[in-house]
Ligand binder design. Structure first.
Ligand code: MN
Length: 447
């Protein structure tokens, strides 16, 4: 793992796209996240773009005129530019780190305040207002895997079910995960229909109907970059090279369905009805200034087994990233009340790093493909204000949350909107953000 701070991280550099220089913008020139957008005009096609301020730079458009990588461009940059002529980021993801970094450097040079006039003129013809587009899923995700990497989440949830023995014995050895469902990943803004399923209360007969314990999960997702072949593993020291970047993930969950169905094989229909993603993928390059030591294990905790232990992973494998979840009810929206923050946590508090999750996933020879999505599991911290789902926050509905309107929530109601946000900040660097991931609950389908 390289420190990899370069001129693209220089906090003094501004962009000629003025909105990128506004304090608090998620998308200053130091960020440059990739996404897939579609103009709202009839017949518009999905296109790869990069966010800058409140605009999007249309990379496919720039590339079509040879403006991204001319004849004399290095091979890596040409490869990356060609990969942007697509309706998804998979091709760019498959190229791995070096071409992606070359493209970032090219975009930075084009968008900085002192860019050559020719670059500025070319790029300004391919700027689109974010307000004029719909954001789509960033990649065609072949497989989605969800982990359980917060020891605070695992302990809080475990305590609800096993007060004397909250944490199972495998937790400190294995990054626990399960195979999720890729087909029901949805882009931010897509409404989420309340699912129906089997539940059982106490010893009563099982029942089929709409969930009464609908929950969100505040998670961080990361996309696989260069793939490993079937039968090959990914050493922890190389794991970073296989990660493209990160986004926000809301892993909606029906707790009553989950409680009845999950033994002995784990989550199934309680999770697979929908998972929402934020649209902008913030690259590992953009995150370089915000890397942090991995979680400090308590005295007496086992060291990770050797295949999960890397010196640079220990020193810089963590990520100092704030995550936040808010709720906006129908009544709050009607009254013009701002969304209420329900939880705020930091990704530094995750027990396992992204690299450990990825290395573990491939440790049996399972091939991870470009565009696969791995998610962290609910990101909770030690503090009561740092709980990433209602199951934890309300102790399975025992302690309802009170909203600014006086409404109470044990679990989500129809019409509730959940908003996830994330950002990194550190003295001496520009703050960068992940944008947001939104979803509103629709009533269950009529039986
Ligand atoms: Mn989850």
């Amino acid at each position: 793992m390289k420190p990899a701070l370069d001129r693209t991280h220089d906090s003094k550099v501004q962009s000629w796209v003025e909105s990128a220089n506004v304090a608090g913008s998620d998308f200053p020139i130091q960020n440059l996240p990739f996404g897939v957008f579609r103009r709202r005009d009839a017949g518009a096609e999905p296109r790869v773009g990069v966010a800058i301020g409140d605009r999007i730079l249309d990379l496919a458009g720039l590339r079509s005129e040879g403006l991204l990588a001319g004849d004399r461009a290095a091979a890596g940059l040409r490869l990356a530019a060609d990969a942007c002529a697509s309706n998804a980021l998979n091709a760019l993801m498959a190229l791995g780190t070096a071409p992606r970094r070359a493209l970032r450097e090219r975009l930075h040079a084009m968008l900085r305040h002192d860019a050559p006039a020719s670059d500025r003129q070319a790029a300004s013809r391919y700027l689109v207002a974010q307000a004029d587009v719909d954001m789509l899923l960033p990649a065609a995700v072949g497989d989605y895997t969800d982990f359980y990497a917060s020891i605070f989440h695992a302990t809080n949830v475990g305590r609800l079910f096993r007060p004397d023995n909250p944490l199972l014995p495998n937790y400190k050895f294995i990054p626990i995960g399960y195979h999720g469902r890729a087909s029901s990943l949805v882009a931010t803004g897509t409404p989420v229909r309340r699912p129906s399923g089997q539940t059982r209360e106490g010893d009563a007969e099982p029942n089929f109907g709409p969930t009464r314990a609908l929950d969100y999960e505040l998670e961080l997702g990361f996309f696989v970059s260069a793939e490993n072949r079937l039968g090959e593993t990914i050493p922890i020291g190389e794991a970073e090279e296989h990660i493209f970047g990160i986004c926000l993930v809301n892993d909606w969950s029906a707790r009553d369905l989950q409680a009845w169905e999950y033994q002995p094989l784990g989550p199934f229909l309680a999770k697979s009805f929908a998972t929402s993603l934020s649209p902008w993928v913030v690259t590992m390059e953009a995150l370089a200034p915000f890397r942090a030591p991995a979680f400090a294990r308590a005295a007496g905790d086992p060291a990770p087994l050797p295949y999960l232990f890397g010196q640079s992973d220990r020193e810089r494998g963590g990520l100092d990233l704030w995550l936040e979840v808010s709720l906006l009810s129908v009544r709050m929206r009607e009254a013009g009340i701002a969304p209420a923050v329900l939880g705020r946590s930091n990704f530094r508090d995750m027990y396992w790093t992204m690299q450990q999750m990825l290395t573990h996933h491939a440790s049996n020879g399972c091939n991870l493909r470009a565009g696969d999505l791995l998610a962290s599991g609910t990101a909770s911290g030690a503090d009561k204000t740092a709980r990433g789902c209602l199951l934890e926050l309300t102790a399975r509905g025992q302690n309802p949350v009170t909203l600014p309107t006086g409404e109470q929530r044990k679990f989500l109601e129809d019409g509730d909107e959940i908003i996830l946000q994330g950002f990194c900040e550190r003295d001496g660097f520009r703050r960068i953000g992940l944008g947001s991931c939104r979803g509103t609950i629709l009533p269950a389908s009529p039986a």
